[in-house]
Design a protein around this ligand. Structure first.
Ligand SMILES: Nc1nc2c(c(=O)[nH]1)N[C@H]1C(S)=C(S)[C@@H](COP(=O)(O)OP(=O)(O)OC[C@H]3O[C@@H](n4cnc5c(N)ncnc54)[C@H](O)[C@@H]3O)O[C@H]1N2
Ligand code: MOO
Ligand SMILES: [Mg+2]
Length: 413
């Protein structure tokens, strides 16, 4: 059976990132957090824009003060006061200084700032009580960034630091990739919505809510197509509709071998290209991945119906695909942490097994605690409040307490 890592490689190979011309939109800077930059940004401004002081103190000529000490202070005439936001008017000459404050423009003639604590002021004279380093506490024009060079590359996510940089560079609007569109539907005659009363044999379609939340969490736009009965005509219609509007289509249920599991047959009849129908993973083995035969070739994930299988296969396979699609340049693959397990972890050794639980901090070191209760793929109750999946590789049946395990971190704990 197809290994998890090979399945991931096939999926990532199939994903075409959004187009950096067609698939973009302009957003205001305040709405740009977590979006993906679609074009590189440069600035006509140097950073700092001009030489300025890093301290409250005195702007001086180094050659005047290099021999200063508490015993033999240098005495300078203060000829100007330069607060932040003010353009200095004078040139500092021999024996002269300017009172200056943090962020204020350095006056011509001065090359060094002496911090206030190393001075004493008497009327319009300043006593320099210690020799500074040459150019100390001067933030030089263009020493952080040179005008015209690349400030930010395309394909990065805009988080608080990038937003700050863009604000400082006076970019009030930005060209970002549009959000990937992800169509979602659930299949099953037994399913009702969260508001409908349950008749015998029925359950609530929790998968659609879970997938909508996951899709939104990763910055994509969920397109909810509802619950579809286990009927070929209805399923064919929903897949065709989804293919017309989405970059990625997610269904849950109907991909195993039961008489009412129609998804794969319908994909075949629609002439979709099926890449694989099973992966060696627990939970989530019956996973169908196909390319739909519409011009923009949306990628189809037929996720297995069990609620835990849906979450695990989304985190492991769908999330990297959405990331690559979104225009992010790198870092699509999941990141695994190696941490000690607090609990004993077991698998049958046959399939790559994912156990849900929580990363706890113990003395500054993460430890994996397995969720108590059933790890049946039909149980979603104990998935609540978890933030990590421990992975037991194929061929391994037991991870003992305190042994290391690879953990997929799901949210920031
Ligand atoms: N003979 C075999 N039977 C099964 C196999 C197998 O290899 N041979 N694989 C099992 C595994 S593993 C899984 S996972 C499931 C996958 O089943 P399907 O994808 O066909 O899903 P369904 O049969 O439609 O439903 C399975 C299960 O999940 C519940 N479900 C479905 N949709 C939802 C929803 N939207 N929200 C909440 N719960 C949902 C459904 O009621 C069933 O209990 O197949 C095994 N069988
Ligand atoms: O692989 Mo299924 O998803 O375990 O129950
Ligand atoms: Mg089934």
């Amino acid at each position: 059976m197809l290994s998890v890592s090979n399945a991931q490689a096939i999926i990532l190979n199939l994903v075409q990132p959004l187009d950096n011309q067609r698939d973009t939109e302009v957003v205001d800077l305040l709405a740009a957090a977590s979006r993906i930059l679609a074009a590189p940004v440069s600035s006509p401004l140097d950073f700092p824009h001009w030489d300025n002081s890093a301290m409250d103190g005195y702007a001086v000529r180094y050659e005047d003060v290099q021999d200063s000490s508490a015993q033999q202070p240098t005495v300078l005439d203060i000829i100007e006061e330069i607060p932040a936001g003010y353009q200095p008017q004078s040139i500092i000459g021999r024996g002269q200084a300017a009172r200056i404050f943090t962020g204020a423009v350095m006056p011509a003639g001065a090359d060094t700032v002496v911090m206030q604590e190393k001075t004493r002021q008497e009327e319009n004279h300043v006593f320099i009580l210690a020799a500074p380093q040459a150019q100390e506490f001067v933030r030089h024009k263009a020493s952080f960034y040179q005008a015209g060079t690349q400030l930010l590359p395309a394909g990065i996510q805009l988080n608080a630091p990038e937003i700050a940089v863009l604000a400082a560079a006076q970019c009030p609007q930005l060209n970002v990739y549009r959000r990937p569109r992800v169509a979602i539907f659930s299949t099953g005659d037994e399913l009702v919505t969260v508001n409908q009363s349950l008749q015998p044999g029925q359950i609530v379609d929790s998968n659609q809510y879970a997938l909508a939340a996951l899709v939104r969490e990763c910055g994509a736009e969920p397109l909810l197509l509802g619950i579809v009965k286990d009927e070929p005509v209805a399923l064919e219609k929903v897949i065709t509709d989804a293919a017309a509007i989405a970059d990625i289509v997610l269904s849950s249920g109907g991909v195993s071998v039961g008489d009412y599991d129609y998804i794969d047959k319908i994909l075949q009849s629609l002439e979709a290209k099926i890449h694989f129908q099973a992966v060696n993973i627990r939970p989530g083995k019956p996973l169908t991945v196909a390319t739909l035969p519409t011009p923009h070739s949306p990628l189809y994930f037929g996720l297995p119906g069990n609620p835990a299988s849906v979450l695990v296969t989304f985190w492991r396979f769908v999330l990297p695909a959405i990331k690559k699609l979104s225009g992010i340049q790198q870092g699509w693959e999941p990141i695994f942490l190696k941490v000690p397990s607090y609990d004993e972890l077991r698998s049958d050794g046959q399939r790559e097994t994912y156990l849900w639980g929580k990363l706890h901090l113990n003395d500054g070191i993460y430890q994996f605690h397995k969720a108590s209760g059933s790890h049946s793929s039909g149980n979603l109750i104990n998935l609540a409040q978890t933030n990590a999946l421990a992975v037991i590789p194929v061929g391994k049946k037991l991870i003992s307490p305190q042994q290391e395990v690879q953990v997929l971190q799901l949210t920031i704990p």
